[in-house]
Design a protein around this ligand. Structure first.
Ligand SMILES: NC(=O)c1ccc[n+]([C@@H]2O[C@H](COP(=O)([O-])OP(=O)(O)OC[C@H]3O[C@@H](n4cnc5c(N)ncnc54)[C@H](OP(=O)(O)O)[C@@H]3O)[C@@H](O)[C@H]2O)c1
Length: 319
């Protein structure tokens, strides 16, 4: 992303750090992953050296912990070598005069920086109330670009109108979008973004690990984690899809996860992939060379529909 012009130059893939919020013993247990500071530093080094330099986080990922751990892992890199994407979450807004500025200030503090490249309204609690508070932050340069997450078409339009009155615009949308969850496509949000030069960042492309082929009925997601509660019961229904992804990947020396990511790119979106291991970054490098054929995309989408599962997150609404 370009931090000096008003045009958002988006990456092909961004890196997600929600799971980093429960790294170590003090995490929130959403992912149940065993992550260490040294392991995450390795992820950062591999990503940065392979040109993956856009990092997505949020205050609510481990209640500040993801931002803190990310900043530690990025230590030593020049600020211009990476881009930071974080979020204002209305549901935890404080009661000061300007809760957006307050939450941003705390994020900047944890991230060890004085600006954020891409700042999101995380959830559309009250678009007319929260969106205007972004304008002074755009004007003073503490946020360089603005996006909205989990907003439907009407809410995107309202946010864009509010920003437009001050000479700014919604430059990006960030929604759940995976083979299993294509609500934004059905609702016309992908088309809207394409037609209006808005970048669509897709999150949970790998369905928190359930669409990677790493996990299955015999080797489920980590016991006791929130994601296990969400996905373990449906893993049997995903087997035909993950097997097809693996088969398509095998022809290209790629994995099922690589194919899920390549699919999201083929659909015109920018996947935010929740990398937790250096090997995941190798996958993203492989994805650069993968172009899926139309019949492969159709086969994957048909198998995804046949799985007949609903992976809507508890914080999401129908689009
Ligand atoms: N705006 C929002 O409301 C919102 C909501 C959700 C997510 N997000 C953003 O989107 C990002 C992505 O979502 P997510 O992290 O929830 O889930 P995800 O990207 O669908 O899945 C991440 C999990 O998949 C596994 N994985 C990642 N890359 C892999 C690879 N190449 N091969 C095999 N396994 C791989 C890892 O599990 P293991 O550690 O078990 O290997 C990781 O924890 C988040 O980190 C966050 O930045 C935003």
């Amino acid at each position: 992303m370009d931090d000096t012009s008003t045009t958002l130059t988006a990456p092909a893939v961004a890196l997600g750090t929600w799971a980093w919020g429960d790294s170590g013993e003090a995490g929130d247990g959403w992912f149940g992953s065993r992550l260490s500071a040294s392991g995450l530093r390795e992820v950062v080094e591999k990503a940065q050296s392979n040109g993956f330099t856009t990092w997505d986080t949020a205050v609510v990922y481990g209640m500040g912990r993801s931002e803190t751990v990310l900043a530690q892992a990025l230590q030593g890199y020049d600020r211009g070598e990476y881009q930071l994407s974080t979020k204002f979450t209305p549901q935890i807004a404080g009661d000061g005069d300007d809760p957006v500025a307050d939450m941003l200030e705390q994020s900047l503090d944890r991230l060890g920086t004085d600006y954020v490249d891409l700042y999101w309204i995380h959830n559309p609690a009250d678009v007319a109330r929260w969106t205007p508070l972004l304008i002074p932050l755009l004007k003073n340069g503490t946020i360089r670009h603005v996006g909205v997450s989990n907003h439907n078409l009407e809410e995107i339009a309202l946010a864009d109108q509010i920003l437009g009155e001050a000479g700014f615009r919604v430059q990006a949308v960030q929604n759940h979008y995976s083979l299993l969850y294509r609500g934004s496509e059905r609702a016309g949000i992908l088309d809207h973004c394409r037609e209006n030069d808005v970048r669509f960042f897709s999150y949970m492309v790998l369905e928190q690990g359930a669409l990677t082929g790493t996990y299955g009925p015999d080797h489920p997601l980590p016991a006791g984690s929130t994601r296990a509660g969400a996905y373990n019961a449906i893993l049997p229904q995903l087997q035909a899809l993950t097997a097809a992804m693996a088969a398509i990947g095998a022809d290209r020396s790629a994995t099922a996860a690589d194919i899920a990511t390549a699919w999201a790119i083929a659909k015109g979106t920018i996947p935010i992939i929740g990398v937790t291991k250096p090997g995941h970054v190798d996958g993203l490098s492989r994805v650069r060379g993968i172009e899926l054929a139309d019949d492969e995309i159709a086969e994957l989408e048909a198998l995804a529909d046949a799985a007949d599962v609903d992976t809507r997150g508890g914080w999401e609404r129908e689009m």
